[in-house]
Structures are given as structure tokens and as C-alpha cells.
Design a binder for this molecule. Structure first.
Ligand code: NAD
Length: 269
């Protein structure tokens, strides 16, 4: 069988460029398209040249319909509005849609769920193996430790990140809530500032640090009287997210329509 043809959305972005390098170096997939926003600086240029290297024979376009037609997968690390629009196009093309974009609203997620009735969608706030293991550990530790242990998720990211808490922090918070047999919507503490009052028993809090070029750091803190357990993941290189996304695009090739996550791709429970 031919290697699956993959289109990268947000080609000029930090993750987009990482993915283009990974796919062109891979012997399991072909780069067949590069999409970016209308008016973006790379539109009309060969994507390899735009990245400062040799031509790759793929021109960056804002015409996503044409780019996706005939492709087997779209890997998308862009913005919520773009991701919702791409979900409709990949559904029409019956192509796998791998979504790394974070900051999606509940309304965005309903559009994505509708698109997943026609084609496989694999979405994760974090595509790395280590973080997805951490999600499972967080669920287990939260289940083992009772409400005497306060749960806080602390994350740090580079200065360009536009949403907070990170998609990964929310995944970890959701896993902690699930471990306690609840949902994050019921346990989440609003951002703290000023006179907040004492911490509510059983709640899950979030803190976000933004600065420099930090790729991504997440601590899940379980704090009781006299002791703390801290589960930590440190990302040193964005390539971990790109590798996970490509693995998801390949995994999705023989899957039916539906919504999947990295636990499905990695075979983790
Ligand atoms: P970035 O700002 O470097 O890149 C975003 C790209 O999207 C750019 O190429 C931009 O031109 C493009 N874009 C913006 N609006 C668009 C539109 N309307 N249509 C098409 N393209 C559009 O950002 P980044 O660091 O690459 O991150 C992108 C997203 O991926 C963010 O939501 C980030 O939080 C998320 N992210 C997720 C993971 C994960 O593992 N799931 C890892 C890293 C980043």
C-alpha cells in the first residue's frame, strides 16, 4: 500500500514546521500539502524554501479544500476557529483529522463531535507519550488518596502561548477528577486573586506560568497535612508532540469514524 499522504495545517507555525521536517524524513508517510491562514507570509511559496531549506515540491496554500482532497490525513496545530473549519472539510473528504490545537470551547467541541460521525478524529491536548502516561498515573493517585489531599495543577509554558490553563493541565485535572469519581466541571476552582477565602475541600486548582522558551512543564501536586506527592512531566523538545501526532495519523488509517485520543493510539487505558 502507498504511504499515507498527509497535509499539515498551520505550516508556518512552531508545530507545523516541526511536523513538516518529521514527515519528510519519515519512510511511513508522504507530505502532500501545507496549509496556512489566508494572507499568511508563506502562501504561494514552496514550504521547504519558506523554512530556509531545499524545495520539497509542496506549495503552501490557503485553499484547504483542494489540499485535503486526495489526502489521507490532516495534522492540525492551529487555532480553534481554523480547527472547527478543517473538521468539516476532513469529514467531507473522509480523511483522518489529528487535532493538537488547544483552547477549544464547548461549542467548538460539539462541531468536532458532529464531524467525527463521518471520519476519525484524534484529539489530544498533549500528544506526548510521557504526558499520556502521567494522565493515567494522576487518575490512579487521585483514586488512592482521599479528599484530605488537595490537588493543584501547575504548568509553565513559553511566552507566546495564548491560552491558560494549558490543554494538558486540563487533561490532568480531568483525570484527577475522574479518579475521584467526579467531573472537572464540578471540582474546578476559578483562578485565584485577591481575597479568595480558604481552599474548598475536594476542589482542583490551576496555576499558569508564562515566560521564555519553556516547551511545557506540568506538576500535579497532591498536598496533605505534613506531606506532598508531586507527579511531574518536563517537555524539552517539541518533537515529542510532532512524533505523537504523526503516529496518530498513521494509527487512524484503518479506523472508522469517531472521536479518539492518544490513550487509544498508544494502547494505554
Ligand atoms: P504557532 O502560533 O506557532 O502556529 C499556529 C499556526 O496556525 C501558524 O502557522 C498560523 O499561521 C496558523 N493559523 C492561525 N490561524 C489560522 C487559520 N485561521 N487558518 C489556518 N491556519 C491558521 O503555534 P504553535 O506553538 O505551533 O501551537 C499551535 C496550537 O497547538 C496551539 O493551540 C498550541 O497550544 C497547540 N499545541 C498542542 C500540542 C499538543 O501536543 N496537543 C503541543 C504544542 C502546541
Amino acid at each position: 500500500m502507498d504511504k499515507p499522504g498527509i497535509v499539515v495545517a498551520g505550516a508556518s507555525g512552531r508545530m507545523g514546521q516541526m511536523l513538516i521536517r518529521l514527515i519528510t524524513a519519515s519512510d511511513q508517510a508522504r507530505l502532500v500539502g501545507a496549509v496556512d491562514r489566508a494572507g499568511g507570509p508563506w502562501i504561494g511559496q514552496d514550504v521547504g524554501v519558506a523554512m530556509g531549506g531545499a524545495p520539497l515540491g509542496v506549495t503552501v496554500t490557503d485553499d484547504a479544500i483542494e489540499a485535503i482532497a486526495g489526502a489521507q490525513a490532516l495534522i492540525d496545530f492551529t487555532t480553534p476557529a481554523a480547527t472547527v473549519a478543517y473538521a468539516e472539510l476532513t469529514a467531507q473528504a473522509r480523511a483522518v483529522h489529528v487535532i493538537g490545537t488547544t483552547g477549544l470551547s464547548d461549542e467548538d467541541l460539539t462541531y468536532i463531535a458532529a464531524a467525527a460521525r463521518h471520519a476519525p478524529i484524534i484529539r489530544a491536548g498533549n500528544m506526548s507519550l510521557g504526558v499520556n502516561l502521567l494522565v493515567g498515573l494522576t487518575r490512579k493517585v487521585a483514586a488512592a488518596l482521599g479528599e484530605d489531599w488537595d490537588i493543584e495543577v501547575v504548568e509553565a509554558h513559553h511566552r507566546h502561548k495564548v491560552d491558560a490553563p494549558s490543554g494538558t493541565a486540563l487533561m490532568l485535572g480531568e483525570a484527577a477528577a475522574e479518579g475521584r469519581g467526579e467531573t472537572l466541571a464540578d471540582l474546578r476552582t476559578p483562578a485565584r486573586e485577591g481575597i479568595t477565602g480558604a481552599r474548598e475541600r475536594g476542589s482542583i486548582g490551576f496555576s499558569a506560568i508564562r515566560g521564555g522558551d519553556v516547551v511545557g512543564e506540568h506538576d500535579v501536586i497532591f498536598a496533605a497535612d505534613g506531606e506532598r506527592v508531586v507527579l511531574r512531566h518536563l517537555a524539552n523538545d517539541r518533537a515529542i508532540f510532532a512524533r505523537g501526532a504523526l503516529r496518530a495519523a498513521l494509527w487512524g488509517q484503518d479506523k472508522g469514524p469517531g472521536e479518539y485520543d492518544m490513550a487509544d493510539v498508544l494502547g494505554l487505558d
